[in-house]
Design a binder for this molecule. Structure first.
Ligand SMILES: [Zn+2]
Length: 92
């Protein structure tokens, strides 16, 4: 009846907010990515890697990263970006 249809409409509204919540439910890490323009996490459990300073400079420039004990911790996607720019190892 009319009253029931109203209740259903209310449910649909809350379903929409659930969708937006799902988007932000990504894994949280503890070690921030060393790339300044990136807000990812460099935790090993999340696929993070550590690069040497020289490697980081090649891709992000001398001021585009944050150093940690002589290494640059990067998240998974930044590591992939670095790998892409350093393809020479994979060729041949
Ligand atoms: Zn990153």
């Amino acid at each position: 009846m009319g009253f029931k249809a109203k209740a259903r409409k209310h449910k649909a509204d809350s379903g929409e907010s659930e969708k937006t919540r799902k988007k932000s439910a990504s894994k949280q890490g503890e070690i921030p990515c060393g790339v300044k323009s990136c807000d990812g996490f460099a935790d090993k459990s999340l696929g993070g890697r550590s690069l040497s300073i020289d490697n980081a400079i090649d891709v992000w420039g001398s001021s585009g990263y944050t150093e940690r004990k002589g290494r640059v911790r990067v998240c998974k996607s930044c590591y992939r970006k670095w790998k892409k720019e350093n393809k020479s190892e994979d060729t041949y």
